[in-house]
Design a protein around this ligand. Sequence first.
Ligand code: AGP
Length: 605
Amino acid sequence: MCGIIGYIGKRDAAPILMEGLHRLEYRGYDSAGIAVAHAGELRLAKCKGRVRELEKLLPARFKGAPGIAHTRWATHGEPSDRNAHPHCDGANRIAVIHNGIIENAVALRARLESAGVVFRSETDSEVLAHLIAAMPERALDAAVRAALRLVTGTYGLAVLDAARPEAIVVARNGSPVVLGVGEREMFVASDAAALVRHTRRVVYLDDGEVALVRADGYETATLDGGPTAKTPSTITWTNEAFDKGEYEHFMRKEIAEQPEVVARTLSGRLEPRFQTTHLGGIEFAAHELLDIRRVKILGCGSAYIAGAIGAHLIEQLARLPAHAEPASEFRYRNPVIERDTLYIAVSQSGETFDTLAAVQEVKRKGGRVLGIVNVVGSTIARECGRGIYLHAGPEIAVVSTKTFTCTAVAFALLAIHLGRIRDLSTAAGGRLLTALAALPEQIDGIIAREAEIARFAERLALCEHAYFVGRSAGYAVAMEGALKLKEVSYLHAEAYSAAELKHGPLALISPETPTIAVIPRDDLYPKNLLTIEEIRARRGPVFAVTHAGEVLATADAMFDVPRSEPELDPILLNIPLQLLAYHVALKRGCDIDKPRNLAKSVTVE
Ligand code: AGP
C-alpha cells in the first residue's frame, strides 16, 4: 500500500527520498511523487506508474531540503498524474502526502470549495493540504493539529511547508509512521524498511500523535497539543536483507531463506529437558493457559490460512477447540468474546488494518489476545502486547512465503506448549521437538529439487484454471497453494476440500483443468486416493504433492515430500507449492515481486 518517506537535514533530499521510494516499492503502488523545499518554494514532481518513471521526470538540479515523497495505491480517484501525491494548497506552499482514508473528505471539500478553494485532484487526501493552509495557527505543527481535529478517518501523513522549512510534521491515526533518528538529520517513513540504510534508531508514533521533526530532533504531542514521551528503539534488520542478492526475484530469495529463518523461529524455543517449548513473549502463566477452553485465530489472506494450519495443530496437540476466521469478517458480526477463549492475531507486517481492527474489538470487549507477528514493533505487535515474533527478517515480495512457513512453525511451538500443559505426553512432545529441529534440513532438501517442480510448472503455465484439493490440514495447504498461484501467475486457481469436490466442483474437471492434490500419508490417505481416481475418471490431470506410495501409479505427476511427524507434515507439503507458483509465474512472464493490483501490507479497510 501507499508509502511515505521524508528527510530533513543538511543533505539534498531528492536522492535520499528516491532511494527510499525504491525501498517502499514492494508495498505495491500505482503512482509516485516527491516534493522538496528550495529557497522558500516547493519543487514538485509526480506521475502515474513506477518510481523509475518519476526518476526520469526529475530535472538534474532537483535540489533542496527538507523533502517528502510518496508511493500511492489508489483508493479515491484512479491512478493518474494528478491524483498522485504530494498534494498542495492553492499557493503551492504546503505539500502533503497521506496514507489512509479521510472519511469526511466530501464534506470538507464542499466547505473548502465554498470558501473559494479550487481542487486539482479527485483524492480525499487533497483536502488535507487546503485545510492545513486555511488554519490560522502560525506554527506548522499547530496548524496540522488544528486541521486534523476536523478530520475523521485514518491517516499516516507528512507535511512540508516551503515557507517554514525548519521542520516537517507527521501524524498518525491508523496508518503507521516511524521516525528515523540520524546524526543531525531526521527521516520519516511509513515503514522502517525505508530507513535502515540511514539509521537503526527509530521511534514509532502511536495513533493520535503528531510529531514536529527538525534536523536536530523531534517533539511529539497529541492532537490537543499535550506532549507525549517516546523511547527510540533499534531495528535489527540488516541492509543486505533488503537486497535480492544472487536471486532474480525476492520471492525466490525468500523461498530459499526458509531453512535459515525456520531455524530462527525455532531458536531458543525448544526445551528438550521438559519435552516442551519455551515461548517467553506469551507472558501467560501455566495456570492461565490451563484456563483456556477455546482458541480463535484471526488473520487475513495467507496469515488466515496459516492460522487454519495453527487451529488444526492446536486441536490435535492440545485438544482445545480451535478455529481460524478471516479477521476482515470478524468484527462485523458483533462477535461474542469469551473470557476463557484465547484470541490469536496473525500478521506478517503487523499493520493489516482488518487484523488490527479485530484485535481492538477483542480487547475492547475484554478478551485476551496474543500476536504472531513478523515485524518487531509493528502496530499489531504493540496492540497485542504479547505473542510470538517470527524473526523471519523482512519479507519484500508481495506474496508471503517464508513468513507463512514460519507462522505455521510458530503455531506448532504454541500447540506443543499448550499440549504439554494438558495431555500431550513427554514422548509425544519429544517426538515433535525432534521433528521440528529437522525441518530446516528437510526444507532445504525440497528446494534443492526445484527442477522437478519447474517441469510440472511448464505444463501448468499453459492452463487457465486449476484446482487445489486436500483434506483436513491438507486443505489449508491447498488453500495457500491456490492463493499463491493466483497472486503471482494470474492463473485462476480454486481450493476445495477434497471431500467437497463431488458436491459440485467436479462438474468443471476436464483435461484442461489440472488438479493439484495435497496428500499426506495419514489416516485419510486412502480417501485421497479415491479423490484422485474420481478426477482421473473425468480425464482431469492430477499433480500430487505427497509422500511416496501408491499415488505414483494414480497421479499424472507427483512430488515426493520428505516425511515429518504427521502433525507437522503440512509445513513441508506447502514448500513445493510455493515453488510451483513461482515457476508458473516465471513461465508466464509475470511481475513476480509486485503482482498487479496487490499491496504488501493492506493498511486500509
Ligand atoms: C499473501 O501472499 C498475501 N500477500 C496476503 O494474503 C497477506 O497474507 C495478507 O494481506 C495479510 O498480511 P499480513 O500478514 O501482513 O497481515
